[in-house]
Design a protein around this ligand. Structure first.
Ligand code: SF4
Length: 357
């Protein structure tokens, strides 16, 4: 069985993707109906690398392969990998000694690495290299007697991993409001770093408020908010003013997906909703709508966007115009533990990732 993708082609129906009970119905509008499809969208280089790392680990070691936390914050990716023999755990202590474990793209603290070594696990570190860069900055500045103001969301795995690299010398700053309240130790050596998936605008506001209180606050050596987060926000800023509705495909625990909804509303979209699956798009959202913006977070496979476009075509949104604001061709090598085959020969297929949007 297959479904139309709205542009004459067909998509294979994946059993793990929930189907809607009833098709969306065409809505009547006074003007023409169209979709502005943001680009770049979807998979970033770090997510692509992490997912391929798990697939390679399955190929090389067989099931089960354990993964600490969700490998990337997307429920569909997690369900697909579970169906192939991956077991997701919250903590290293949940993994039988001697097993294979992959650390997620969001990174881990040194304490977690040590726990894995203590259990004699074969650990494969799929931390995104751009998160590792922030870890290194935390270690370096902490070692130079700086106090770090880490802008990020409490409880997010990436924040826990980064704080774990300099636990004594880091104060977390959740948002601009908290920037006005925090009381870091008194020091001339104060620097801010950030989570990679924040809103660029909100982070700059947090920094502005911090600098009002701490004029000597130093900037990080380079952007911590990663290229993928920034590019997806720039693309949505471009289309949002023209959109009656922006649909962001992404999971609720995906920080960069949630930020895209916020940015769309901030930049003029009349409404914006996040959905994991096309089947969550509600008929009521489409009433009176002429232009729909569509994008997806950095951990979202393109097939989920294809399904959203197919469902929206049932409602009469058959014209799809891609609006591209940047080209992306970054690729990361796989984790070093997977670059060589069992006999020690470098496997050329472990360099770089799949094609991305
Ligand atoms: S969103 Fe950015 S930091 Fe996170 S995995 Fe992708 S490239 Fe890496």
């Amino acid at each position: 069985m297959s479904i139309s993708n709205g542009s004459g082609g067909t998509l294979l129906e994946t059993p793990l993707i929930p189907q809607r009970a009833e098709k969306l119905r065409p809505v009547s509008t006074s003007g023409s109906k169209k979709i502005l499809l943001a680009a770049p969208r979807g998979y970033c280089a770090g997510v692509d690398r992490a997912v391929i790392a798990v697939e390679k680990a399955l190929e090389r070691f067989g099931a089960p392969v354990y993964v600490r936390k969700q490998i990337v914050h997307n429920i569909h990716v997690v369900r697909e990998l579970e169906a192939r023999g991956v077991i997701f755990v919250d903590e290293v202590a949940d993994v039988p000694p001697g097993s294979n474990i992959v650390f997620s793209a969001h990174g881990v603290s040194p304490a977690v690495v040590q726990q894995a070594a203590d259990r004699e696990l074969n650990a494969i570190d799929a931390t995104c290299p751009l998160v590792t860069k922030v870890h290194r900055e935390a270690v370096r500045f902490s070692g130079q007697d700086y106090h770090i103001l880490l802008i990020g969301h409490e409880g997010h795995e990436e924040v826990e991993g980064t704080m774990g690299h300099a636990p004594e010398n880091t104060t977390l700053v959740n948002d601009p409001e908290e920037a006005s309240r925090i009381e870091p130790p008194e020091t001339e050596n104060l620097i801010w770093l950030s989570q990679t998936t924040l809103s660029v605008d909100e982070t700059m506001e947090t920094v502005r408020r911090l600098r009002e209180r701490f004029p000597h606050l130093q900037d990080p050596p380079s952007d911590d908010i990663c290229y993928a987060t920034q590019n997806r926000q720039v693309a949505i800023k471009k289309i949002a003013p023209e959109c009656d509705l922006v649909i962001v495909v992404g999971s609720p625990n995906s920080s960069n997906s949630v930020r895209l909804v916020e940015v769309a509303l901030e930049y003029g979209a009349k409404a914006s909703y996040r959905v994991d699956y096309a089947s969550e798009i509600e008929q009521a959202w489409l009433e009176g709508v002429e232009t729909i913006g569509v994008t997806s977070g950095a951990s979202v496979p393109e097939v989920l966007v294809d399904h959203a476009l197919a469902d929206l075509s049932d409602a009469g949104f058959t014209v799809v115009e891609e609006v591209r604001t940047a080209e992306e061709d970054l690729q990361f090598s796989l984790p070093k533990e997977l670059r060589k085959d069992a006999s020690g020969v470098v496997d050329p297929s472990t360099i770089g990732g799949r094609n991305r949007t």
